[in-house]
Design a protein around this ligand. Structure first.
Ligand code: IMP
Ligand code: MG
Length: 189
């Protein structure tokens, strides 16, 4: 259940529990930053973040890197409320070319894998020098399409999560921790 002292603001009643506290996330994000910095020491790294979910993770992760990087963003839609629509649509494409670049796609969470698979296929057609995936969360039990992250912060249970960039109907993205949303909260919608 909730950890004491309670984080501020107090968790809404729709939250079942806090799965990953702010401290736990921050520690892991630093580790990911160190690992990626080591692996890309000799390369020019280009981060491609999928908005909006990856925004908060990207902000912390990119600052945990000890190498120089460039950033670009893509807006993809695959989710309708708490249920996946099973397809990915590019709502906003990248601004910069990725041909010949070492690309690391930064995601908040991989769920059934449809979104990322579609994005990876599209991006590979543009001939990057390399392309890998870094996700904060991997809901591996929910996978329908075999997508494997090269870097993963946490493997999480197949529950609806919010906070640290993840939303439910656009709410809770700014919470510094990851919480489980009560089933009643999204099943009534
Ligand atoms: P996939 O195509 O099922 O892998 O969908 C991945 C996308 O769905 C993520 O980038 C999130 O935006 C969203 N998503 C998946 N699971 C959750 C969740 O538990 N909470 C909030 N958003 C989620
Ligand atoms: Mg997302």
């Amino acid at each position: 259940m909730f950890e004491y002292p309670l984080p501020h603001p107090e968790p809404p009643v729709e939250f079942e529990e806090i799965l990953l506290t702010e401290a736990v996330i921050q520690k892991r994000v630093k580790e990911l930053g160190e690992q990626v910095s080591k692996d890309y020491q000799e390369k020019d790294l280009h981060l491609v973040a999928l908005l909006k979910g990856a925004l908060v993770f990207l902000a912390d992760f990119s600052r945990a890197l000890q190498i120089q990087v460039t950033l670009d963003f893509m807006v993809v839609s695959s989710y309708i409320s708490a249920k996946s629509s099973g397809e990915a649509r590019i709502l906003k494409d990248l601004e910069l070319p990725i041909k010949g670049r070492h690309v690391l796609v930064v995601e908040d969470i991989i769920d059934n894998g449809v979104t990322l698979q579609a994005i990876m296929e599209t991006l590979k057609l543009r001939k990057p020098a390399s392309i890998k995936i870094c996700t904060l969360l991997d809901k591996s039990e929910a996978r329908k399409i075999p997508v494997k992250p090269d870097y993963n912060g946490f493997t999480v249970p197949n529950k609806f999560l919010i906070g640290y960039g993840l939303d439910f109907e656009e709410k809770y993205r700014n919470f510094p921790y990851v919480a489980v949303l009560k089933k009643e909260a999204y099943e009534s919608h």
